[in-house]
Design a protein around this ligand. Structure first.
Ligand SMILES: [Zn+2]
Length: 282
């Protein structure tokens, strides 16, 4: 079913400018293998097993790259802030806004004077527009985490990928009054068709430096904090979740147990909080 776009308030740009898509060297090599295999089969049918094996091996590598969230084999991927950012850190929160957790996260961030980046889900933002606006009003940035957060997003074809991105981009721009510049795939999983779609919509893929796996149930907060803070350094991008939060053994949302420790550690390290948009030149 085709969704009718909602009108934007006047003066808002629906998407940032597009940028040219340049296939990564790995994608170029994969295309060469496919073409070479086809040519070999045409030249000599006896080479068919070799050709099929080469193509299969290449496709396994590409699929593996898509299942590795921090991979750069399929295209650019922001895993760490650029050197120009300085002595800063970027906290990122995924899957919200969530009325049960996000307000407490905002209070914790306020207590430490911290600005953060929230990768929000379009349909969730539609359900909680006031909360999304509150995130912005309190100094944080909103970025694109798809319209529905399908966990099989990496199996989608080009049209459905584009629609998932565009629908979220439209509503997040409308509600936040600012256009997202970054995109994060659900669970970080993607396929080679994502980067061209992001280029057409003027977005950049962003993953993270470290994540705490804070969406697990009955998890150990010490382990989550340790994973997030191991080797804490300037220009890190840390991933946590205010939506779909895991819980500690007392049933408390994991992020509310762990975030104070993270904020204390960042303060002790003398790092300044920034959003991705502040740290990465347009
Ligand atoms: Zn997510």
């Amino acid at each position: 079913m085709t969704r009718m776009p909602e009108p934007l308030p006047s003066g808002l740009t629906p998407t940032p400018p597009t940028r040219p898509w340049r296939p990564s060297p790995w994608l170029g090599a994969a295309a060469a293998v496919h073409v070479g295999a086809l040519g070999a089969c045409v030249a000599s049918p006896a080479l068919l097993p070799w050709a099929l094996g080469s193509v299969a091996a290449t496709d396994v590598v590409l699929a593996g790259a898509g299942l590795w969230p921090r991979s750069t084999l399929l295209g650019p991927n922001l895993r760490r802030l650029p050197a120009s950012a300085g002595n800063v850190i970027a906290l990122t929160f995924d899957d919200g806004p969530n009325p049960a957790v996000t307000p407490a996260v905002l209070d914790l961030l306020d207590a430490y004077g911290a600005r953060a980046t929230f990768f929000c889900v379009g349909e969730t933002a539609r359900r909680h527009p006031a909360l999304l606006r509150q995130i912005v009003a309190r100094g944080h940035a909103i970025e694109n985490h798809t319209e529905h957060h399908w966990l099989h997003f990496s199996t989608f074809g080009p049209a459905r990928i584009a629609r998932e991105i565009a629908d979220a981009q439209r509503v997040l721009t409308d509600l936040a009054g600012r256009t997202p510049r970054f995109f994060r795939a659900p669970a970080g999983l993607r396929n080679p068709l994502l980067e061209p779609a992001l280029c057409r919509q003027g977005l950049r893929l962003a993953s993270w430096t470290r994540r705490g796996f804070d969406t697990w149930r009955n998890a150990d907060p010490d382990g989550v904090a340790r994973r997030l803070l191991r080797g804490l350094a300037a220009r890190d991008i840390l991933l946590m979740h205010d939506g779909n939060p895991g819980s500690d053994r007392e049933g408390k949302p994991m992020i509310l147990t762990v975030l104070p420790r993270v904020l204390q550690a960042i303060e002790a390290a003398g790092l300044r909080h920034v959003t991705l948009q502040e740290a990465v030149p347009a």
